[in-house]
Design a protein around this ligand. Structure first.
Ligand code: GEK
Length: 242
């Protein structure tokens, strides 16, 4: 696995973070060293998701990056006749994701689309995963996307939504940020890498409180919403369509 050293050297100006070739090369290393609990979350979301998979339906992975969620779901859902659609708008991610799914999901019905998820049709879905991606959409677009997902889900289907969150309580926010930085240091990121990455993400990744997420999910039509995972400021919700 290629090591992420993108922010190791001092930069005169830290430009906004982009999912380009350089990021794709180091992405598996970057996400494991930056998102506490990532591997656990990826495995467990498939264990949960499996209960909602329906034969003849489609499973969507929105903001799929290299396809980790799709691959994890495939391992659980495999015996069922389902179709997988993984979508990302970064061409470098899509190219690598296609190779990954082709290699690890032989014979399955799958497509990897290079699209903005805001414009992708969602139809006949039993499971929709949007893992650490809603946070990159403009705030005012998020409700529209969730309503579209709700409309595209079959009755009994579910949305699995994972996000980095923020807290209204400033003391809690500063405590959890401190833990996150400690996690990154323990994973051998230097203070300079941590602060440069933080600056690069500042205008790109806009976190919200868990209450805002839950309220938006209910407002989008979901009748049951549960936060099933949390590790520091990284959480995952399951929202079920009755
Ligand atoms: C994982 N889910 O491994 N349309 C499509 N893709 C987008 C959009 C958009 N509007 N905005 C951002 N992306 C993955 C991790 S990473 C999370 C997801 C992170 C894509 C972007 O190109 C990137 O691949 C992904 O969303 C976010 O579980 O890097 O923190």
């Amino acid at each position: 696995m290629k090591q992420d050293s993108l922010y190791r050297q001092p930069r005169k100006q830290v430009v906004d973070f982009a999912f380009d070739d350089a990021v794709v090369d180091v992405f598996p290393d970057m996400i494991r060293r930056s998102v506490p609990g990532y591997e656990t979350l990826i495995s467990l979301l498939a264990v949960l998701g499996y209960k909602y998979a329906q034969a003849g339906s489609t499973i969507y992975d929105l903001g799929c990056s290299l396809g980790a969620s799709t691959l994890s779901l495939y391992q659980q859902v495999q015996p069922l006749d389902v179709r997988y659609i993984a979508i990302d708008n970064a061409p470098a991610m899509v190219e690598q994701c296609r190779k990954n799914l082709k290699k690890h999901m032989p014979g399955s019905q799958h497509e990897v689309l290079c699209q903005d998820i805001q414009h992708s049709p969602i139809e006949n879905a039993s499971i929709v995963v949007i893992n650490f991606t809603l946070q990159f959409l403009p705030l005012e677009q998020r409700h529209t996307l969730l309503k579209k997902i709700y409309a595209g889900l079959l009755p009994g289907g579910c949305l699995l939504l994972s996000e980095k969150i923020r807290f209204n309580d400033v003391h809690k926010q500063s405590l959890v940020t401190d833990w996150h930085h400690a996690f990154k240091r323990a994973n051998h990121y230097s203070d300079m890498e941590i602060s440069q990455k933080r600056a690069a993400l500042e205008h790109v990744l806009i976190p919200e409180t868990p209450e805002s997420h839950q309220q938006r999910l209910y407002n989008s039509g979901f009748k049951q919403v549960e936060q099933w995972f949390q590790c520091f400021s990284f959480v995952s919700f399951i929202a079920i369509k009755a």
